[in-house]
Design a protein around this ligand. Structure first.
Ligand code: PHE
Length: 345
């Protein structure tokens, strides 16, 4: 029996050494110390031995049981630790690694410019109004003193739309933001100070400085005693603030059917400070807007008495101004959807 004990111990100890998982340790424990285990069988058989044998073999068997139990415990702890380590090794996370960058968009340069323009005009008491891009022939032309067959219409040939009903008015994509002068005056009484930013459309051959769609910013100020001097002061302040430098304004006589007198608005070149450069074509001036005193026929069309009110209106090309401010070389980039362009703003 003694031999048998020695053999059990040797086999079990060997198995423990070779065990690679905590589950294997449990298996070994059951094989040796479980209800049907090898050592258990010996302990059970003790009762059939003589008292003398029972003492020595019994003592020996108990010693071996304790030794096996403690080796099992140690090995189990060791295996559990290494298996934890191997999980950690497998599922290791480098918490210092930079995360995935979330791409943030930016406001379109036109939007940025319009927001700035709106806030400058707001500081001078102008409200921002918007109007429809699909306009009627009446508001886009007739009410603005541009009758059918007037040569000025040729300049503004545009996209006519199919009529959906039997209404008299033909529909078109507006060629300018001026129709909102009429729409606003029809529903409001003077004094008026508004700006109307928005998209306009023209039937045009495109190139670096012409596009079939672009943004305008219309302005209208109506009251009892409004003069060109008021316009000049306001527009000079606006451009000086927008370009963050002192700007000089030059008004050149021009023609628009809905203003009288009419003029083109030039600002001193922001690039060269009037020394002459390629942007201003050596002239020192940049043409950025059309303007004039509101024509009496426009007041009449809106239901005002032209003897009682006066006012000025202007319309500026927002894209051109944005091109100046942000140094953008081609007007078509604005709606190119090109990320390399958009990411710069
Ligand atoms: N509507 C004109 C254009 O599109 C600009 C303008 C607006 C001129 C208001 C005078 C007054 O060119």
């Amino acid at each position: 029996m003694k031999n048998e004990l020695a053999k059990i111990y040797a086999n079990t100890a060997d198995a423990i050494t070779k065990a690679e998982t905590p589950e294997k340790i449990e298996e070994i424990r059951i094989e040796c110390l479980g209800r049907k285990g090898a050592l258990t069988a010996i302990l059970r058989a003790l009762k059939d031995l003589t008292a003398e044998e029972r003492k020595t073999i019994g003592e020996e068997a108990n010693k071996i049981r304790q030794k096996i139990e403690s080796r099992l415990r140690e090995k189990k702890i060791e295996l559990e630790r290494t298996s934890r380590e191997s999980i950690l090794k497998k599922e290791w996370i480098d918490v210092t690694r930079p995360g995935k960058q979330i791409k943030k968009g930016t406001l379109h340069p036109i939007t940025q410019l319009l927001r700035e323009a709106e806030s400058i005009f707001a500081s001078m008491g102008f409200a921002t109004i918007e109007g429809p891009e699909v306009e009627t022939e009446y508001y886009n032309f007739d009410a603005l003193n541009i009758p059918e067959n007037h040569p000025a219409r040729d300049m503004w040939d545009t996209f006519w739309l199919k009529k959906l009903d039997n209404s008299e008015d033909r529909l078109l994509l507006r060629t300018h933001t001026s129709p909102m002068q009429i729409r606003y005056m029809e529903s409001h009484n003077p004094p008026i100070r508004i700006i109307v930013p928005g998209r306009v459309y023209r039937y045009e051959a495109t190139d670096a400085s012409h596009d079939i769609q672009f943004y305008q910013l219309e302005g209208l100020m109506v009251d009892k005693n409004i003069s060109i001097a008021n316009f000049k002061a306001i527009i000079r302040l606006f451009f000086s603030r927008l370009f963050e430098k002192e700007i000089t304004i030059r008004l050149r006589p021009s023609f628009f059917p809905f203003t009288e007198p009419s003029f083109e608005v030039d600002i001193s070149c922001i690039i060269c400070g009037q020394k002459g450069c390629s942007v201003c074509k050596q002239s020192g001036w940049l043409e950025l807007a059309g303007a004039g005193m509101v024509h009496p026929n426009v007041f009449k069309a809106a239901g005002y008495n032209p003897k009682e009110v006066q006012g000025f209106a202007f319309g500026m090309g927002v894209n051109r101004i944005a091109m100046m401010k942000y140094k953008i070389p081609d007007i078509r980039l604005f709606h190119s959807g090109d990320l390399r362009f958009l990411k710069q703003f």
